[in-house]
Design a binder for this molecule. Sequence first.
Ligand code: UN1
Length: 512
Amino acid sequence: IKDFGIENSLKNLGIKDENKGTSIGGKFFASGKSIESYSPADGRLIGKVKLSNEKDYDKVIESAQKAFLEFRTMPAPKRGEIVRQLGQKLRQYKEDLGKLVSYEMGKSLQEGLGEVQEMIDICDFAVGLSRQLHGYTMHSERPGHRMYEQYHPLGIVSIITAFNFPVAVWAWNTALAWICGNVTIWKPSEKTPLCAIACQNIMNEVLAENNLSEGISSVLVADHTIGQKLVDDKRVALVSFTGSTRVGRIVSSKVAERFGKSILELGGNNAIIISKDADLDMSIIGAVFGAVGTAGQRCTSTRRLIIHESVYDEVKNRLAKAYGQLKIGNPLDENMHVGPLIDVEAVNQYELAIEKCKKEGGKFVVEGGVLEGKDYESGCYVKPCIAEVKNSFEIVQHETFAPILYLIKYSTLEEAIAIQNDVPQGLSSAIMTQNLREAELFLSHAGSDCGIANVNIGTSGAEIGGAFGGEKETGGGRESGSDVWKYYMRRQTNTINYTASLPLAQGIKFDL
Ligand code: UN1
């Protein structure tokens, strides 16, 4: 088996054969059972991780609480400086971390490096923001009064992430949480624990070099019972959850019950409308990357193509041709377009979805299947496939985390928009058209109902500068850019009277 330099990267990132899954800054410990992390690329055991249990949990919360009391007094621009240093470290470790992401998660090296770039970008963004946590000043209706608002840190922010973006989503949340004065506790996916340990090692260098309390950044590699504790714990001010709609529904109601805050990034079922006025060359590239990138395991992956009847056959044929050229194999090999799914369970879900689709009447234009033989020993490699379907099929209404692309035909744009919106999820959407009227209708109040709506680019590959998230069963949360930082702070309105009398608002008289 070719190594692609992975051994060296593991060493540079401080990953060992046996790792401990609880960490408070650079202190690693764990009292739970052990899990193993296998690479879906070649099936090799990368390392073991001892999980955190309830005892470890309490220690993490206590040290986070203590660290918060200190961290919140540090001026925001100084906290920005810490985040700037994290960005610098990430530049230094980009190659190694990108490689580990690719090896442990299975996305192509290019996409692994891209994910680390997103981390660097959000750090840069957060550094600037650390001097711009602005509130309004308002004019008081009372003479001699001043009114303004300010934003204060929340406390402990817990970040529960999924396997598909095993490092970037942590960074999106952490960079913002920190400049806002919060401390963070990360519960990564059990499918990508080593990525989390590597990030923690990188972070710890920053904490140590600045003599900062280790409780500012903690990790709990643990099963769902610890996730539940984070969700139920009043000491955790904000729960940022990325994962399935099923689990998100539970997280949302549990956190709401205790009046905590949550940010939810749940499922997507993203479509591209390819209009009669589309640039088809661009449309094909956008659609294929959207559908097969990260082997269809992005929340923003393109799952449905809604194609105008006049170009339907041409698009179908060109897609089939493009799929015929896809190279599937080791994600660390730069000649490959598509890597493996995360694990054998995901392969089963993929096969089940294909079977269901056929049962409901789906017609496969490009057949799927599990790849076997040399270089596919891990059992996680599948063929990206394409099926002609009806939007109303149950399987089409459902998000399957795999490279299965559904084709749907339309005649009027109003009909296409209705189809695009007619799913429970509302994350990302796109239209390919050179027609201004079509583009504007798609973006209007009568257009896409998603949190992200694009023109002439695909559904995946969002930049960190925008607010990322979606509507309906996607959960309504926003992360990353724009004014999302406000989610990580509490807002306070302050009125100051600098006179010697006490006039009441609304002209109310109250004399004693
Ligand atoms: C996700 O799929 O969970 O837009 C996040 C994209 C990435 C983020 C995806 N920037 O594809």
